[in-house]
Design a protein. Structure first.
Length: 475
């Protein structure tokens, strides 16, 4: 069903029709379109465009249509151009010609962007809830492995010994920022575009701020042209999802490395691994690899929309039909990926002996020597040089730092005393870093517990927003 055509003498060419058609991907907006139409209907009754009797017929028709959409007994057909034409066709089917009255005072321009915002609010909150589950899995594994000391890495080289719990839960903090970004996105974008019409507003929508509140928004846009042309909210959502993808790719990369024979830090569950079609012995970390690989898709979707939006003039342009598929794809991929990554983390079996065995390898305790001298009043630049000479001595003599004889230490620097030895072990090194961000087990445990409280607060906010946007469709 077409929503236009009265001024045209000729039918659209088949190729133009196919190019213009979007119902095959924007049909997922149908439930949100019903919600918006129900609010719009109340406004049309309130201002007298529709009688209460006709309004009641249309309300029943919309609710019946919503039920059929939910059951799958009503869907789009080949002749529908977009979700809007499909819904109007369905409403006319329910209510006769009266169904066409719902179009008064609104445009596809303000309708689609309102549908789209409601869809994104709904699905980003779902993603935020899934992120909470992944954070919970990481934090649980962290608490379990709080006292396991591991080599910390910079430049993929051994750096300093750390609590393995801190290594695991560093991801929790980045994912918590992703939840914060989603909640911040919601606060900034909780403005309804509905009532903007095609671009100039509508005399049949005199109080868009009222409709906004009925739909759950905090308010309405103040500029109708901006309302229909704004897709900042979609681009920002794609950035958030790309950032989540990048964070998941880091988790994936580490699990790929940790599960290798060379590291042997973790055994990934069979449920989140795959095999080889030719090598019977293989157990591949494919969940982790796909988490790593899909980041390119999320980044690509963000880039796609930014290029579409570049230099669009004035109000609505049909280019904006290209805004939805990148968003839909990123949401679909995250909703599929997040449970798999969470399951991989929850079911992972870490191997403490392998993790701890190399904690001191690569002279990771050299910084302890520099810190020791700094505490004795040696300028750190000099202390750093001395610690480097200790490493050089060990390399030349096939020793570890704690194996340097006392007289050899004194030759390297006169302030290197016997009390240094008690510091040259990984437990002392890790335990000495007691700040709120430090790697001591107590510090890491406190940080995890603090983050758990923050995430619980996020969950309450997610629940509050979901309640506000719970929908108006009758059951």
């Amino acid at each position: 069903m077409a929503l236009w055509g009265g001024r045209f003498k000729a039918q659209a060419d088949d190729s133009m029709r196919e190019l213009s058609r979007s119902v095959h991907f924007d049909w997922r907006l149908a439930p949100y379109e019903i919600e918006v139409n129900l609010v719009h209907l109340e406004n049309l009754i309130e201002i007298g465009v529709l009688s209460k009797g006709d309004g009641a017929i249309l309300k029943k028709g919309l609710n019946d249509l919503a039920k059929k959409i939910g059951e799958g007994s009503f869907s789009y057909i080949e002749s529908d151009e977009d979700v809007h034409s499909a819904i109007e066709r369905g409403l006319i089917g329910e209510c006769g010609a009266l169904g066409g009255s719902i179009r008064a005072g609104r445009s596809r321009n303000d309708l689609v962007v309102t549908d789209f915002k409601l869809y994104l609010i709904d699905h980003l909150l779902e993603i935020a809830s899934m992120l909470k589950e992944l954070i919970g899995a990481l934090n649980s594994q962290g608490i379990t492995h709080l006292n396991i000391i591991a080599p910390g890495f910079t430049h993929t080289q051994h750096a300093q010994p750390i609590s393995f719990a801190q290594e695991l839960t560093k991801h929790s903090f980045s994912l918590a920022r992703d939840i914060e970004r989603i909640l911040d996105w919601q606060r900034r974008n909780s403005l309804s575009p509905f009532g903007a019409g095609a671009l100039a507003g509508s005399p049949l929508q005199p109080t868009p701020e009222v409709s906004a509140k009925q739909m759950g928004f905090n308010g309405a846009h103040k500029n109708s042209i901006d309302a229909v042309s704004d897709r900042d909210f979609a681009a920002e959502a794609l950035f958030i999802m790309a950032m989540i993808g990048v964070h998941l790719s880091r988790i994936g990369e580490e699990f790929v490395l940790w599960s290798s024979t060379e590291f042997n830090f973790v055994e990934i569950s069979d449920a989140f691994s795959t095999g080889s079609s030719i090598m019977p012995q293989k157990k591949n970390a494919d969940a982790a690899e796909l988490a790593r690989g899909k980041s390119g898709r999320f980044i690509g979707n963000l880039t796609t929309l930014l290029v579409v939006l570049k230099a669009l003039p004035f109000a609505y342009n049909r280019d904006l039909q290209e805004d939805k598929e990148p968003v839909f794809d990123s949401i679909d991929q995250l909703l599929m990926l997040l449970p798999a990554v969470t399951g991989m983390v929850q079911s992972a079996t870490f191997i403490p002996q392998s993790i701890s065995s190399g904690a001191a390898a690569g002279f990771t305790l050299a910084t302890e020597i520099a810190d020791y001298l700094a505490k004795k009043g040696v300028p750190f630049a000099e202390a750093h040089e001395v610690a480097g000479k200790c490493v050089q001595y060990c390399e030349s003599n096939g020793l570890e730092l704690d194996q340097i004889a006392e007289d050899a230490l004194l030759k390297i620097h006169p302030k290197l005393g016997r009390d240094l030895y008690q510091l040259l072990n990984v437990e002392a090194a890790v335990g000495s870093r007691k700040s709120i961000m430090g790697t001591s087990p107590k510090s890491v445990e406190m940080a995890i517990k603090h983050l758990d409280k923050e995430v619980d607060a996020f969950a309450k906010e997610i629940s509050r927003i979901r309640t506000a946007f719970s929908g108006m469709i009758s059951q």
